[in-house]
Design a protein around this ligand. Structure first.
Ligand SMILES: Nc1nc2c(ncn2[C@@H]2O[C@H](COP(=O)(O)OP(=O)(O)OP(=O)(O)O)[C@@H](O)[C@H]2O)c(=O)[nH]1
Ligand code: SF4
Ligand SMILES: [Mg+2]
Length: 416
């Protein structure tokens, strides 16, 4: 059975929900009438959006109808909200009270639904009014929006474009390590310390190992003694050289913990590719948008003292990474970009924070503990506000030199 994306249309009575449904389906699927409460039950239409695939639209009854019947309709609308992947919130900006819209938004946010606000203009409307309502409804969070006339067929194209550009489908999978070749060796450089959990690898390490094995290639782990390597003690370098010599066939590539990139930039032989777990992870979690993170690092060149940079970790329970986010990166920032103010965000939605607007750059962890959809939503929100984003692995490589960053990014280029 084909899986359909479910798009629900919500809003107050008479806001133009059914008109929007008809605009989307290009037919009179729903009865449109000026009588408030025309749509009494959720109406369903199966359709296809070119570039997205099969969809199920649900036109719902107004959220603001009073009395017992209104409560029943609201329950139906809430059930539809639960079911859908994307909420199209239809707002008539000429109305005064936005209590119903706020309720829909809070339900949608609680249920982690994606939202696009559709401002439906019945007549001429001052565009600043839309902006005022938008910031009142969403506070500091940015959601995609479109301003249109639901009864105007010419608005259909822009509406579909807005959905395509903003809706993040659930099931788009990408390859974790798209460059892995059958029967080839891949080195996983895994420094361990007292904080390393015993009995298991960290998620990115385990995922890389499983992926390489699954693809009929050979993952080989090396536990680097990072302290020794950094101290200049030759025994660690000798151990590494001995390890490399033991291969009858040269390994293709090294995936290293980003923290060891300062060593690996010297130690990784020129004939082997080099990348980091953090870069692998952010490419995977963002569904292949690594180049945006690589581009984002350039914002560092424009920083002046007093600018804010946000270090964002997508979870707050991993002590192993805490060190990078709270100590290593801030120290490096201090050294190379003195006077720049470092803010932190752990786990919570950083966009809820009002000071995100003043950030000149977000440096994000690998994001292994959040869903692809949430990561995509973060990227979308940052793009809307024009704030560049980069990642721990990219930052740590860049600090070692632009050519090092190029090297760790290279394996990912020209990949589908
Ligand atoms: N001028 C104008 N009229 C519109 C527009 N959108 C909707 N209308 C009219 O507004 C009235 C209500 O539209 P509907 O699409 O039925 O609204 P609804 O939100 O589905 O209403 P309920 O089902 O009653 O909750 C109808 O008379 C529509 O023709 C618009 O963009 N411009
Ligand atoms: S979500 Fe981020 S901080 Fe948490 S374990 Fe993954 S990479 Fe580390
Ligand atoms: Mg209706």
């Amino acid at each position: 059975m084909t899986e359909r994306y479910i798009i629900g249309i919500f809003g107050k009575m008479n806001s133009g929900k059914s008109s929007l449904m008809n605009l989307l389906t290009q037919q009179l699927t729903s009865i449109v009438d000026s009588t408030p409460g025309t749509t009494t039950d959720s109406k369903i239409a199966l359709s296809e959006i070119h570039g997205l695939g099969p969809v199920k639209f649900i036109d719902t009854a107004g959220f603001d109808e009073k009395h017992l019947l209104g409560d029943k309709k609201r329950e139906k609308s809430l059930a539809a909200l639960k079911e859908c992947d994307l909420v199209l919130l239809v707002v008539d900006p000429s109305t005064n009270d936005f209590e119903s819209e706020s309720l829909i938004i809070s339900e949608a946010i609680t249920q982690e639904k994606q939202i696009i606000t559709v401002y439906n203009l019945f007549g001429d409307c001052d565009p600043t009014l839309v902006l005022d309502i938008d910031s009142m409804l969403y506070k500091s969070k940015v959601y995609p929006r479109i301003v249109l006339k639901a009864v105007d067929i010419n608005c259909r194209h822009e509406l579909l474009e807005t959905i395509l550009n903003n809706y993040i489908p659930k099931n788009v999978l990408i390859d974790l390590l798209p460059f892995v070749e059958r029967e080839e060796f891949y080195i996983l450089n895994i420094p361990m310390d007292e904080e390393t959990p015993s009995g298991r690898y960290l998620r990115p390490q385990a995922m890389a190992e499983a992926y390489i094995t699954r693809h009929w290639a050979f993952p080989v782990s090396y536990r680097m003694n990072l302290a020794k390597a950094r101290s200049g003690d030759p025994s660690e370098r000798e151990r590494w050289n001995g390890f490399l010599k033991s291969f009858a066939k040269r390994p293709k590539l090294i995936i290293t913990d980003s923290q060891a990139i300062d060593i690996m930039k010297e130690w990784a032989p020129a004939d082997m590719g080099l990348t980091t777990f953090s870069i692998m992870m952010i490419n995977y979690m963002s569904r292949g948008r690594l180049s945006e993170f690589a581009q984002g690092i350039k914002a560092l060149n424009k920083l002046v003292p007093g600018d804010h940079v946000l270090i964002a970790e997508a979870c707050n329970h991993s002590r192993i990474f805490e060190d990078i986010g709270t100590i290593q990166i801030p120290e490096l920032m201090n050294k190379y970009y003195p006077g720049v103010v470092i803010d932190h965000s752990f786990g919570r939605e950083f966009f809820e924070e009002s000071d995100i607007q003043q950030c000149k750059l977000v440096i994000h962890c690998g994001g292994c503990m959040i869903s692809n959809q949430r990561m995509a939503a973060r990227l979308r929100d940052l793009k809307t506000t024009g704030i560049p984003i980069t990642n721990y692995g990219i930052f740590l490589s860049w600090i070692q030199g632009e050519e090092i960053l190029e090297r760790v990014i290279k394996p990912w280029m020209n990949m589908d």
